[in-house]
Design a protein around this ligand. Sequence first.
Ligand code: NAI
Length: 334
Amino acid sequence: MTHQITLIPGDGIGPEVADATVRVVEATGVQVEWERVNAGLNALEEYGELLPDEVFASLSATHVGLKGPTATPVASGHQSINVALRKKLGLYVNFRPVRMLPGLKTRFHDVPVNLAIFRENTEDLYSGLEHEVVPGVVESLKIITEAASTRIARAAFEYARREGRCKVTAIHKANIMKQSDGLFLKCCREVSSHYPGVEYNELIVDNACMQLVMRPESFDLLVMPNLYGDILSDLAAGLVGGLGIVPGANLGDNTAIFEAVHGTAPDIAGKGLANPTALIQSAVLMLAHLGERDASRRLESALECVYMQKDRLTGDVGGKASTSEFTDAVISRL
Ligand code: NAI
C-alpha cells in the first residue's frame, strides 16, 4: 500500500531535517507519495501568506502530515502557523513522548526517563484573544472549556490503558486559577473515574517543574492545559538531551501532523549541522500511526544503534558528524 503524506519542510533547518527524514522513511521500504507544500517564511515570500490554502487542501486529502519547524514573525500581527493548523484541523492533542536514547550522555543519563506528555492544543492562553483595555493595559483571555478538557483527558487515559502506562498526573495551578484550572481538574477527575486500572494524581505546575528535574523517573504520563504543556515539554526535552531529540505529534479525530519540538534554529541553518533525530523520531510515531509498526520499530532500533555507537552523532549531542553523515549512518543500520 502507498501512503500519501503531506510534507511541510518549513524554514531554517526545516528543509535539512525534512530531507533527512524523507530519506530514512524511504529506506524502511514503506511506500510513500509525498505531497510537498510550503508554509512559513518561504511561503510568505512566494505566495504572500504564511499558511497558504494549499496546505489545508493537501492535509484534508492525506490526513497525515510531516512538518519541519516554521518561523512566525514576532509581534507582526501574523497568527502562529502551528496554532492556526491545530485549531483549523481540530488537532486537539499534542503528544510528546520523552525518553532517554540509549548511549546518549546527558546530565541525567543515569536516570531512566520515560514520559508521555499530553498537552491540550487548542485553547487556554493560546486562544489568541488579546486586547488593549485602555492604553497601557492589555488583557489576554485564558479559555478553558469542559469539552476540550474532557477530550484531552480521555485521550491521555485511553493511551495509558492501551500502552500500559500506570499513572496519569494532571498538572494545574488551580490554587490560583480556581475556576479555569479548577474546571480542567474536574474534567480529569471525571474521566479518571472510568479508568480504575490507571492511578490518577494531581500536581501544581511549579512543584511539577521542580519534581521533574529532581525525580523525572517518578513520572509516567502527564496531562495538562496548553501553556503548562508548552513549557513542561521543553523542560522534559532538556532532561533527555535537548530539542534536537524529542518528537511530537498533533492529533485530531481525522488528521495527524508529526513534527519536531525544536524551532528553525537560524544560528545553524544551511550549515549541515542540524540534528534530524527529533523529526526522525516523529516519523517513527507517524509510521506506527499509519499501521507500519514493523518499519516504525526498525527505524527506532536503527536510530538507537547509531546513538549506542556514538561515532556519527551531530554537534548538539557531542559528536562531529554532519546532518547527512548521521542520516547515512541511520540508513546503514536499517
Ligand atoms: P530553536 O529551537 O530554533 O533553537 C534553540 C537552540 O537549539 C538553537 O541554539 C538551535 O541551534 C538549537 N537547535 C534546535 N533544533 C536543533 C537541531 N535539530 N539540531 C541541533 N540544534 C538545534 O528555538 P528559537 O531560536 O527560540 O526559535 C527560532 C524560530 O523557530 C522562531 O522563529 C520560532 O518562532 C520558531 N519555532 C518554530 C517551532 C515550530 O514550528 N514547531 C517551534 C519553536 C520555535
